[in-house]
Design a protein around this ligand. Structure first.
Ligand SMILES: Nc1nc2c(c(=O)[nH]1)N(C=O)[C@@H](CNc1ccc(C(=O)N[C@@H](CCC(=O)O)C(=O)O)cc1)CN2
Ligand SMILES: Nc1nc2c(ncn2[C@@H]2O[C@H](COP(=O)(O)OP(=O)(O)OP(=O)(O)O)[C@@H](O)[C@H]2O)c(=O)[nH]1
Ligand SMILES: [Mg+2]
Length: 509
């Protein structure tokens, strides 16, 4: 899908809309030439070397070198020719070689090929390989007007660039070997991280934590393979007994390690999608009031009439650094009208996908009668009991119901228990965290798919090995596992898969 890296790509890296500044990014071999052309038509004397480094004349003052600091105050490194702030008499490099001092924001008038002035901008050049993509890169900060950004982008296309596909800058960084695949995915996780926990996990993965864990597994598997494959050339010899038991134990241990990383998939889902909390209970017990109290705003309709909430509604909320998906549902009524019945059906299906059920009861009334699937879902590790309307006289039988489930007494009238409930929710999210030494590992669906394949392969290899199958067979099975391990951090030969992966990224990333 992506064309060759010989193309020079351009995209807006900031959202389309009105903002203080917008950033455009250009990467590829034509960058040097484009930068040179831009600064030489920047509105100053096109043949002089100086304009590149002096303030855009139309505005009078300098941006990066306030006033005349450039000529008077340069200290030490300011005197080197490649600096952005050489004084008047300083030697300046030929713009043909270096159109802009690399990694220094330089002010220029952005003129389209036609000569039309588009904006007063800052240009930053990154010379290969010291850039995000590893290629020559030019960043253009313009005023945050979508019309200006569009005009500049069109001009860049006229100068030979093409629009970057989603994720293409990061894909180039990956192809240049600057990021492994798990790190490239972490860039996206970082952009979308909601809350402290997701941010911490994404930052660790960006710094290579998952890649290192996978390399550890790969190294262990390679040692096992070496031990087994040493016997391939000697078909008549059996593995010595001590080797046999060693291989068996090591493959077994590897399986355990793989399972442990696989277990972090659910934590990863929670960090990326939010922990799914379904608020459930009879009509009129205060479910929607509870949603509003947790959110701190009147999101859901509340009324004294039972059956107020007909369809479920969902809102995101951060608690204890975790993202939560709170789902308010239609009250579970024993004898529902037709439309109500549909809502209840939905409530029940939501129950199945919940990470946590908040069973809301009216503590002043007799214990609720609940549908069987709900009763079955109320388990200590999956449910919290919200005993609401604690401002009213309690009903003794309700006070004694579900003793094994953690209970929080609340009143949406007085606000009692809302804080305690927040704490209980955050603590519950903590339970999904799987310890992996010092690292936070939270794999995604792609990683989980590869690891599940690896796990099956390891089990099959172990079975064959114990059944004294030919060494080649076991070895080939383990080679498959090695490939699956390899897919997680990179070295993916499957171009379609790569294209698919990067296509889910943002434009300009
Ligand atoms: N303006 C701007 N802000 C940005 C980025 C960017 O590309 N441009 N980033 C990008 O998404 C992130 C920062 N990440 C970056 C990672 C590597 C390099 C880079 O140039 N790496 C070179 C040089 C390293 C160095 O000298 O420090 C390298 O790794 O060789 C730049 C940004 C977030 N903020
Ligand atoms: N006294 C008292 N009344 C409450 C409390 N919480 C909610 N209510 C009242 O109970 C009624 C029902 O509240 P809702 O939040 O709409 O209840 P619900 O469970 O969403 O009801 P449905 O959507 O019909 O299933 C409203 O009149 C609320 O003001 C509470 O803690 N104490
Ligand atoms: Mg409601």
């Amino acid at each position: 899908m992506f064309a060759s890296p010989q193309d020079t790509i351009a995209a807006l890296a900031t959202p389309v809309g009105t903002s203080a500044i917008a950033l455009l990014r250009v990467s590829g071999p034509a960058v040097g030439e484009i930068a040179r052309a831009l600064v030489s038509t920047a509105g100053n004397d096109a043949t002089s070397f100086a304009p590149v480094y002096s303030p855009a004349p139309t505005l009078g003052g300098g941006v990066e070198n306030s006033g005349n600091a450039a000529s008077s105050g340069s200290k030490g490194e300011g005197d080197v020719p490649t600096s952005a702030s050489p004084g008047k008499g300083d030697f300046l490099p030929s713009p043909a070689l270096l159109p802009l001092a690399p990694r220094v924001a330089t002010r220029a008038d952005y003129r389209a090929l036609s000569g039309e002035l588009i904006d007063d901008v800052l240009l930053t050049l990154f010379r290969a390989p010291a850039s995000y993509t590893g290629e020559d890169t030019l960043e253009i900060s313009c005023h945050g007007n979508p019309y200006i950004a569009q005009k500049i982008l069109e001009d860049l296309v006229a100068r030979g660039c093409r629009h970057a596909a989603p994720g293409e800058f990061t894909q180039r960084a990956f192809l240049a070997g600057r990021l492994d695949l798990s790190q490239a995915e972490a860039v996206m996780d970082l952009i979308h991280a909601r809350g402290e926990r997701a941010l911490a996990a994404a930052n660790q993965q960006l710094r290579g934590s998952l890649g290192r864990h996978m390399q550890g597994l790969i190294d262990r598997l390679l040692v096992i393979l070496a031990r087994i494959e040493a016997y391939i050339d000697f078909p008549e010899e059996d593995l010595p007994r001590e080797d046999q038991s060693w291989v068996g134990t090591e493959v077994d241990k590897l399986q355990v390690s793989v399972s442990k990383i696989l277990e972090t998939n659910h934590y990863g889902d929670i960090l990326r999608e939010g922990l799914r909390v379904v608020i459930l209970g009879e009509p009129n017990v205060g479910k929607s009031s509870l949603l509003n109290a947790l959110l701190g705003r009147d999101r859901a309709l509340v009324s004294e009439r039972p059956g107020t909430t007909r369809d479920y509604l969902e809102e995101m909320l951060l608690l204890g650094g975790f993202p939560f998906r709170l789902i308010d549902t239609a009250g579970l009524n024993e004898n529902p009208e037709e439309i109500e019945a549909k809502g209840i059906e939905k409530s029940l299906s939501l129950t199945e996908e919940a990470d946590l059920l908040l069973l809301v009861i009216d503590a002043s009334r007799p214990p609720p009668t609940l549908p069987k699937p709900v009763l079955a879902a109320i388990r200590p590790e999956r449910a919290l009991l919200v005993a609401n309307k604690s401002d009213l006289p309690p009903h003794p039988a309700t006070a004694a119901a579900w003793p094994e489930i953690q209970r929080v007494r609340t009143s949406m009238l007085t606000g009692e228990g809302v804080e305690a409930l927040r704490t209980a929710l955050a603590r519950h999210a903590e339970l999904f965290h799987v310890e992996q030494g010092a690292d936070v590992i939270a794999i995604n669906a792609r990683h989980a798919e590869a690891l599940a394949r690896a796990k099956t392969g390891l089990a099959r290899a172990l079975e064959q090995f114990r059944a004294q199958a030919p060494v080649e067979l076991v070895s080939s099975e383990l080679r498959g596992v090695l490939d699956a391990f390899g897919e997680i951090a990179g070295r993916v030969d499957n171009e379609r898969m790569l294209d698919q992966l990067f296509a889910s990224f943002c434009i300009g990333k």
